[in-house]
Structures are given as structure tokens and as C-alpha cells.
Design a protein around this ligand. Structure first.
Ligand SMILES: Nc1nc2c(ncn2[C@@H]2O[C@H](COP(=O)(O)OP(=O)(O)OP(=O)(O)O)[C@@H](O)[C@H]2O)c(=O)[nH]1
Ligand SMILES: [Mg+2]
Length: 311
């Protein structure tokens, strides 16, 4: 498929074109930059909902229920499941896909798991790009599921306009989660599996935690099993979106800055690999002072590189 055709089909929300475009970008296939350049300006600004929480807390189950509600509202939805690139998660993600399959024939629900291979730490450049591809296809809601462990997960959730943290009534690992700092970035808390009992205790545990800092976060009890609290949760997300509008757009422009920074870094790395003077400098580095070598490389890049003279 030609880039122009791919782009046209993508903008029409064609799921096959969207899947192709994502693969192209993830694998840095030929012409992926042309494709990305062609999607701007983006059609719309999707609401990005990040969902984190311990493994098995019910994130995917909640997403499935949320999708059903959002679909009924006529919205175009995408779900990104972030694969923390661990062989252990393979089974869990497969499970996600199976559970979500009931939506998979619907052109208005696009589900994809992606790897987060950010080699510079934090969010990979392709995650930003994939989110833009989804927006180019006119997705109005983008839900991002990630397991709430580790720094890269914190970053993933940061691409979201609103961050949900899923807890369970009986989960005893909260302190660990608090320590990881994830609790601080969550906007909304969901106590899922309240059908198991003990939900009230968990709700007050969260409130008590925040009482010290004077924060009063939104907390919603849900039960996927008994189909309870999902609508209230979605209404809460919309309320947050309205009330925190200013903060959300500030976050979005910070993110854009970060996105551009990552593109620049990638371009510079490409430049380093392809510039003959830099390559030969790097080959002979052995025992050289790395700071001096870096200074020389920066100087070469700043002064336009050496490709042209050599070719
Ligand atoms: N009793 C009860 N079980 C639930 C509820 N929600 C989810 N579960 C069950 O909890 C298990 C884990 O649910 P998932 O939705 O896969 O959880 P997850 O957070 O996506 O898990 P990972 O993706 O592996 O981190 C499944 O067996 C669900 O059926 C609930 O409200 N009540
Ligand atoms: Mg899951």
C-alpha cells in the first residue's frame, strides 16, 4: 500500500490501515516518517485515559465494561495495552486479547498491544507516534492499560489526560505502590471487586492517605462481576476532564515538548551512525576521554556533519 493510500484509509478509520501504520512506525519501516508527516494536523484531540494497578486487579475487565458504555455513546475508541516486554506477561496479554475479542469486529473499537522499548528510559518515541496515529484515525477515546510497576509504567500513564489507579479491597501491597510514587500521579482511584467485601475499608484507607496532604481525590467503588459503578466512574472521568481542563492542556503541551525532544534525539543518533567522521572517531575511542570525544561529536553535528564533503 502506498503512503498516500495508507494515509487516506487511516483518516477514514480503516482498522486494517491503522494496524499497518502502527506496525510500520513500531518497526521503523521505510517511509514511516513520510506517513507520520502526512497525518498532521490531527483531526481531533482524543481523551486519553491511563489505567494502572497491580496485576490481576481487574484493569482489562474494567476496560471491557467501559468500552461497552462508550460504544453505546457512539464514540470511536482505541485501547493500547502496554507490553512491559517481559516474557512473563505474554500469557496475561493474550488473556486480555481474548477477553476483549467480543469488541474486535467493531470498527469503532481498536485494540492493540504495544511494546514499550524506550531505550533512553521512559516512554518510547513510538508510543507518542502511535497515539497520534490513533488520533489521525479519529479516535475520540484512547485507553492505555499498563501494569503499575516500575518507572516506565509511571511514564506511560503520564501520556494520559486522566490517570486511573485500580485497587482491590483485599490488596495488601498498597504501601509498596505508594512508595513507587504511582499513587501521586493517579487522578482517580477505582476500588474494584467490591463484590468481595471490604470495599469501604479500602476507600477510607485511600482517603486517610491523602488527608495529610489535603488532597481529596475522586474514588469510585466498582464491581465488574456485578456490573456496578462503571457508569459512575465514566461520569467521574468526564467531570475530571471538565474541572481540570487547564491542567490537562498544560500537560499536553509539556508532552508535546517532550515528544519533539525525542524526535531530535533520534535524528541525532541517526546522524551519528551515518556520519563518516563520527563513525571513525567512535571506532578509535578506546581509552580516549569520553567527554572530549562527545564534545568533538557535538561540534561535528553542529557544524553540519561531514557527509557532504566526503560524498
Ligand atoms: N470478583 C471479581 N472478580 C473480578 C472483578 N473484576 C475482575 N475480576 C477478575 O479478576 C481477574 C483479573 O482480571 P483482569 O481484568 O485480567 O485484571 P488485569 O488488571 O487486567 O490483569 P493484568 O493485565 O494481568 O495486570 C479475572 O479473573 C477477572 O475475572 C470484580 O469486580 N469482581
Ligand atoms: Mg490486563
Amino acid at each position: 500500500m502506498k503512503i498516500s493510500e495508507l494515509q487516506t484509509r487511516l483518516r477514514k478509520n480503516d482498522p486494517v490501515a491503522l494496524a499497518k501504520a502502527i506496525t510500520m512506525v513500531e518497526n521503523r519501516k521505510k517511509d514511516y516518517k513520510k506517513l507520520l508527516e502526512s497525518i498532521y494536523p490531527l483531526k481531533g484531540d482524543a481523551l486519553k485515559i491511563g489505567i494502572t494497578g497491580a496485576p490481576g486487579s481487574g484493569k482489562s475487565s474494567l476496560i471491557e465494561k467501559m468500552i461497552a458504555e462508550l460504544k453505546a455513546q457512539g464514540l470511536s475508541i482505541a485501547v493500547l495495552a502496554i507490553d512491559p516486554s517481559s516474557p512473563l506477561s505474554g500469557g496475561a496479554l493474550l488473556g486480555d486479547r481474548l477477553r476483549m475479542i467480543q469488541h474486535s469486529n467493531d470498527p469503532n473499537v481498536f485494540i492493540r498491544s504495544i511494546a514499550n522499548r524506550g531505550h533512553l528510559g521512559g516512554l518510547s518515541l513510538s508510543t507518542h507516534e502511535i497515539i497520534d496515529l490513533l488520533q489521525a484515525a479519529g479516535k475520540e477515546i484512547i485507553i492505555i492499560e499498563t501494569v503499575g510497576v516500575g518507572q516506565s509504567e509511571v511514564d506511560i500513564v503520564n501520556v494520559a489526560d486522566v490517570v486511573l489507579m485500580v485497587l482491590n479491597p483485599d490488596s495488601g501491597d498498597e504501601i509498596q505502590v505508594f512508595k513507587a510514587g504511582i499513587i501521586e500521579i493517579a487522578d482517580i482511584f477505582v476500588v474494584n471487586k467490591v463484590d468481595l467485601g471490604g470495599g469501604e475499608n479500602k476507600l477510607s484507607e485511600i482517603r486517610n492517605y491523602f488527608a495529610i496532604s489535603g488532597r481529596d481525590p475522586l474514588i469510585f467503588p466498582t464491581s465488574v462481576k456485578e456490573d456496578k459503578g462503571i457508569r459512575e466512574l465514566l461520569a467521574g472521568i468526564r467531570r475530571f476532564q471538565r474541572d481540570e481542563n487547564g491542567r490537562i492542556s498544560e500537560k499536553r503541551s509539556r508532552l508535546r515538548e517532550n515528544y519533539i525532544g525525542k524526535i531530535v534525539i533520534e535524528r541525532l543518533q541517526e546522524e551519528m551512525r551515518s556520519d563518516p567522521a563520527i563513525s571513525s572517531l567512535l571506532q578509535g575511542v578506546g581509552a580516549t576521554n569520553p567527554y572530549q570525544a562527545a564534545d568533538r561529536i557535538v561540534h561535528i553535528v553542529k557544524t553540519g556533519g561531514t557527509h557532504d564533503q566526503k560524498n
